[in-house]
Ligand binder design. Sequence first.
Ligand code: GLV
Length: 311
Amino acid sequence: MAKIFVARALPGNAIERLREAGHEVTIHGGSMPPTREQLIAGVAEADGLLSLLTDRVDGELLDSAPQLKAVANFAVGCDNIDLAAAAERGIPVGVAAHVLTDATADLTMALLLAAARNLPEGERDAREGRWKTWEPEGWLGRELRGAKLLIIGRGRIGQAVADRAEPFGMQISFVGRNDDLHAALAEADIVSIHCPLNDQTRHMIDAAALAAMKPDALLINTTRGGVVDQAALIEALHAGTIGSAALDVTDPEPPPADDPIYSAPNCLIVPHIGSATATTRAAMGNCAADNLLAALAGEPMPTPAPSPPSA
Ligand code: GLV
């Protein structure tokens, strides 16, 4: 029997499965993440940690958990976890890989369509009395057939977005780690980011990258806010360096109420809901449970996090 600390109540039957396997599970209650103190107290006697992307798992936290044998993140991203610190301490880390590809790609298309056809503005105008008549020149959006979609990242989610965009008649290209990002950005009408956040990708979309884009380009971000230099994005939207942005993720999350991102023009923001379908969230829980159950039984995790760069 192992002790497992779960950092938030989860949908699906992950907790039930952990308990059925004979483990003692403690769940942090409430809708907000545990504070740092609560997280440290939560892992103090834990053998396993089921963390969320809102929980910082670093060397200090791992050192306050002398029994810890496994960390399973309820996310495909793992930028909240210091993978090198975990590796140094021999603690395996698992992620919810594979299971949220479709949901995230669907949300990317929802953002793409909403931004391309001005849905937020149209909705506001319809409700707020600005819809006076059918307007031949009103609410003109972007045609998708023939539009050039650049996908940053060559992973599963980017490919799933490409699979969805192709039937719309979009011209799709990919840019990866070793390609000329700025040259690719200069050609694109729509840019969608699907690379993980790490030391190489932090602020990859900075002022220079934004300046390389077309003045009417749409930037979509469903990965992590930190891949984009948000101050530079706000400036670019005000200056018309790019046309619009659609963000599922911001930096920080959520932005404070007075954050200038909220007043940037043509910027659609939703609250990090890429994986937010009941089916996907249940699958993510199962993935985390599978990783914990395997590691606590001394077996390899089915979906481990990528190895840290120095490993
Ligand atoms: C969500 O953003 C995830 O990484 O799972």
